[in-house]
Design a protein around this ligand. Sequence first.
Ligand SMILES: [Zn+2]
Length: 292
Amino acid sequence: MEQNGCVHHQMWVVLMFRKGNAPWNKGKTGIYSEEYQKKISESRKGEKHWCYGKHLSEETRHKISESKKGSKNPMYHRIFSEQQKKNMSDAHKGLKRSEETCQKLSKALKGRIFTEEHKRNLSGTWFKKGFTPWNKGKEGIKKKPLTEEHKRKLSKAHKGFRHTEESRRKMSISHKGKKMGISNPNWRGGLSVTHYGTEFNTLLKEQIRQRDNYRCRQCFRQQSELFIKTKTGIKPLKLIVHHIDYNKKNNSPKNLISLCPNCHSQTNFKREDWSDYFQERLKEDGVLGDKL
Ligand SMILES: [Zn+2]
């Protein structure tokens, strides 16, 4: 804003450059000498600008705002040449905003709600199918790790954030059927459909739970404390009998351990670590001896 002068000035620009109205100096370059241009620029900067420090009424602001919306905006559908884009980019390079300006911007953007039309426009501009993002193929930019401070800021900004019911439903629909089987990052080459050995039946599982005193061997939660919320109400859960070496055909009691669903879900990551850990656990608890 500071660079472009006040809104009055901008309105004047809008009036002058109406669509289809060719300005008198169109295509004429070098009309003003560089020195003269510099002089003009200097004479309009900061306090010297004719509207410096003036405040506009709500009504005037509204009028100006309306006059610049959509197709009325001089920038509407304007196409810049590569050279023009480069010039603009260079002009803003290394631009440092003062602490005050940053705060003002931050305050102005906080809690900003876009209209549906604006959102559509935005998504149309940037996330068009087949649209190449600006950082595509630029290794250095894409892989730049976040600084600790940046992470902290992100974490702070997202704290307490919850998706609305609506967006949860949308995400659920859009993810349905995706990330299944082989496209899931946790895919283990079809092991999960391997048939359990015939001896891994309800009776054996119940024996293991009994051996473990109906407690999760990891967090010691009791089976009687486990529930799941369903649409029809709360249902009791049983402890999961887990294969320590992840081989579902190895149904030796030494390879089986009772876990609550929570602890069991964690065993999908760092599998080798968990195998070692549970074996130690059973040894310590005396299960890997002759007992069972
Ligand atoms: Zn547990």
